[in-house]
Design a protein around this ligand. Structure first.
Ligand code: AMP
Ligand code: MG
Length: 489
């Protein structure tokens, strides 16, 4: 079983992790192997699919060269600080440098208890594993930075989540598993040496072109602000609600991580939350940029002692960096909104045009994804605007908006073919619709993977028209509206 591991995190001091192997399971069986990701990582997909491969993906035995560790981290969860969280049900097998030269972590999730498990069983159920597999791969296809799924297996064991559910293990691939919470872990212990090493490691791993900058901690903060503004602006353009933006789920690389209670907006409601545990709406759709900044402020606090021994000076310097967030986020978000409307050149009133549409959409509770896709269909076929108009209970205000939109399009200097392609890519036809994900999980739990496979195939080309699968574009029916997600434990 050959995976060309090249491990670096395991070389850091032992207080960064706990050495712990996965716990063997009764009867491993394959759900899926991700061929194209295997290809990128230089891993033989056929080997992973063999009985020995499937056994190892379930934690029965180790791949050669793997040095299994559970990473230590802390985190602010719903605003409250936990000094010790760590990988309670995940084990880092090691790192692999892909054919693209990028180093990535390979991690088993649901592979048994670790010293960080507290009262948890260290396990995962088939539903959350397939949901993460499908949604993370769909986000990748939407060009959103994200962790990915290399494989999923069942364990032949039952996990207790209210009901008895089939147990499963996900093999997750990430640029790294460093989080804001990793920095908070060392900061909370006043372990300056640990913090310093972590900053160096993170720069080397994710921002090597900046590693020689003299102010390493500030440089890292700045790079992470940049990565997070990019990430969250992409979420906002897709109607994606992460659902659990705790600092332990805020990646230093700027990838989407942790697909526990995530969901896509259907009827547009900017204040929408889905997670059953988010009673205050902390992680509501429209709060996501504000929360990203809040999480970055926790990173800034953690690295403060490395910025300057003079605390006031350090606070001033990190605050200057954090203060750039609104402009940086705004620039990216506005560019995405322009793409969504098919606007090529940049004009002062573009943002107002986008805001006005979003306001009408919120009032009418029209489907977020479908409205923009239908608008795309109309960019060079004016009569098709009527299809969008028909989605609004009261079409008149939308029609007035559409006249402004058409006038703005007519005056654009960028060739329509260029704008149209950008608009197509900004307005997917296919997203992992919540009610479909739930159907997929219900079927898979009964042993039927057909919808999982079909959704994977369709969501791999989210911006292409796929007439045979148009049913997957449909919003939920009235009986499927009150969608709630539960933290993926
Ligand atoms: P999450 O909500 O998935 O981000 O997890 C938050 C923390 O709870 C992390 O430290 C996880 O490792 C831990 N955790 C979540 N589920 C389990 C479980 N079933 N067993 C052990 N630890 C868990
Ligand atoms: Mg997490």
């Amino acid at each position: 079983m050959t995976i060309a591991f090249d491990n670096t995190y395991a070389r850091l001091p032992e207080r960064f992790f706990a050495k712990v192997p996965p716990t063997p399971v009764r009867a491993p069986a394959l759900l899926r192997v991700n061929e194209s990701l295997c290809e990128l990582l230089g891993i033989d997909a056929a080997e992973l699919r063999s009985p020995e491969g499937v056994a190892r993906l379930a934690g029965n035995g180790l791949f050669d060269g793997s040095e299994p560790i559970a990473l230590a981290y802390a985190g602010h969860q719903f605003g409250g600080f936990s000094p010790k969280l760590g990988d309670g049900r995940a084990i880092l097998l090691g790192e692999v440098v892909g054919k693209d030269g990028v180093r990535r972590d390979i991690q088993l999730k649901g592979s048994g208890p670790t010293p960080f498990s507290r009262r948890g069983d260290g396990r995962a159920a088939i539903g959350p594993v397939l949901r993460e597999y499908l949604v993370s791969e769909s986000m990748h296809a939407l060009r959103v930075p994200t962790t990915r799924a290399l494989a999923a297996v069942t364990t032949g064991e039952v996990v207790l989540r209210g009901d008895d559910l089939p147990g499963a293990v996900l093999t997750r691939v990430a640029a790294s598993h460093l989080r804001v919470g990793t920095f908070e872990y060392f900061a909370a212990q006043r372990d300056l040496d640990g913090l310093e090493r972590l900053v160096k490691f993170a720069l080397w791993r994710h921002y090597p072109h900046l590693a020689r900058n003299p102010d390493r901690a500030l440089t890292l903060l700045d790079a992470v602000i940049d990565a997070q503004t990019t990430l969250v602006s992409r979420w906002m353009g897709l109607g994606f609600v992460h659902g659990v933006m705790n600092t332990d789920n805020t990646s230093i690389s700027g990838e989407t991580i942790d697909y526990g209670p995530c969901a896509f907006l259907d009827a547009y409601d900017p204040g929408r939350t889905f997670s059953s545990i988010d009673q205050q709406g902390r992680y509501a759709f429209h709060n996501q940029p504000r929360i990203a900044l809040w999480n970055l402020a926790r990173l800034a606090e953690a690295i403060l002692p490395l910025v300057s021994s003079d605390e006031d000076a350090a606070v001033k310097q990190v605050t200057e960096r954090l203060d750039t967030f609104p402009d940086r986020f705004g620039a990216r978000h506005h560019a995405i909104l322009r793409d969504k409307l098919g606007l090529g050149d940049e004009r002062d009133d573009d943002v107002a045009l986008a805001r006005d549409l979003l306001e009408l959409m919120a009032k009418a509770r029209v489907d977020f994804t479908l409205t923009f896709r239908r608008l795309f269909d109309a960019i060079d076929r004016a009569p098709r605007v009527s299809v969008v108009s028909a989605m609004f209970a009261d079409p008149a205000p939308f029609d007035a908006w559409a006249v402004r939109w058409r006038a703005r399009l007519d005056g654009d200097s960028v060739p329509v073919a260029t704008r149209k392609e950008r608009m197509r890519l900004a307005n997917p036809a296919f997203i992992a619709r919540n009610h479909r994900v739930e159907q997929m999980i219900a079927k898979a739990t009964e042993g039927d993977l057909s919808l999982f496979e079909r959704m994977l195939r369709v969501l791999a080309r989210p911006c292409d028209d796929q007439p045979d699968d148009e049913d997957l574009m449909d919003p939920p029916g009235a009986d499927q509206w009150d969608y709630q997600t539960f933290c993926g434990t």
